[in-house]
Write a new protein. Structure first.
Length: 264
């Protein structure tokens, strides 16, 4: 049987008299600022350990292995040397977010789909730097009645402006026949100083602009105005329902993640 509480736990209080003093917890907390300062680094470290276990690219040697594989493949097939390498997230015309390794050479931009679980390259999309005609930075915008919207800013790269986008390609979420693509920061950009150096979109933008300008001077395309336009403007994504991107982006299906017993 449960024992009755002792008399010390309950004290009668007469009306009009002051209640027994209660320790001021708030005041004690305010008087110990060092306690809160110690908890924040602990939470940050816990979050880092969680990302380390969840993202396969954060595991020791994973990105270095990917860079070595892709660099050797581009050198053997394209006869080009990689100038800079980046880990970003690509956003397609249907707002689907996907993990990508992006490489810049003297003549091309390579957008690589790499499987960090099996450590193998699945797809490489090559874009000639001298065909890039617009580089736009700005916030993402959507139609007014769109159900799936994205906050934040990104970078959009346009090429081959003379080719009109077919109707079927524009409204096909699986189409790869779109003459532009968008990039955002990778979720691991603040994981460590090492990841910040190649996951930050602003640094990638500076390197890309410089490489594109040099490529246009070195090998201008006949019949086109030399140079690329560098613009600051909103980036429109024409999705209305966006069910696939809603499910995919919130579960990060475009990333190589540890998902327990279920894999995508």
């Amino acid at each position: 049987m449960a024992q009755a509480p002792s008399g010390d736990e309950f004290r009668p209080v007469e009306l009009g008299k002051q209640e027994p003093s209660v320790p001021n917890v708030t005041q004690d907390t305010e008087n110990k600022p060092g306690q809160q300062q110690k908890e924040q680094p602990q939470d940050t470290e816990t979050n880092k350990q969680f990302l380390l276990r969840k993202f396969f690219v954060a595991r020791p040697g994973a990105f270095d292995q990917a860079l070595e594989d892709l660099t050797n493949q581009i050198l053997s097939k394209e006869k080009e040397t990689v100038i800079s390498a980046w880990l970003l997230a690509e956003v397609d015309h249907w707002n689907n977010e996907k993990e990508r390794v992006v490489l810049i050479t003297d003549n091309n931009l390579f957008i690589c789909k790499y499987d960090f679980i099996m450590l193998c390259c699945q797809q490489i999309h090559k874009v000639p730097l001298n065909y890039i005609e617009r580089i736009c930075s700005g916030p993402f915008i959507f139609p007014e009645k769109s159900l799936d919207k994205r906050e934040g800013e990104g970078l959009r790269v346009h090429w081959d402006k003379l080719r009109e986008i077919p109707f079927f390609s524009r409204w096909n979420p699986l189409s790869s026949d779109i003459p532009y693509t968008s990039f955002i920061d990778h979720p691991l950009k603040n994981y460590s100083e090492k990841f910040t150096s190649f996951c930050q979109l602003s640094s990638f933008t500076d390197h890309l602009i410089k490489a594109v300008q040099e490529a246009h001077k070195r090998n201008p395309v006949p019949g086109r105005a030399n140079g690329a336009l560098i613009l600051n403007q909103p980036l429109l994504i024409e999705t209305y329902v966006g069910l696939t991107s809603f499910i995919g982006n919130r579960n990060k299906l475009g990333y190589s993640l540890a998902r327990g017993s279920v894999g995508f």
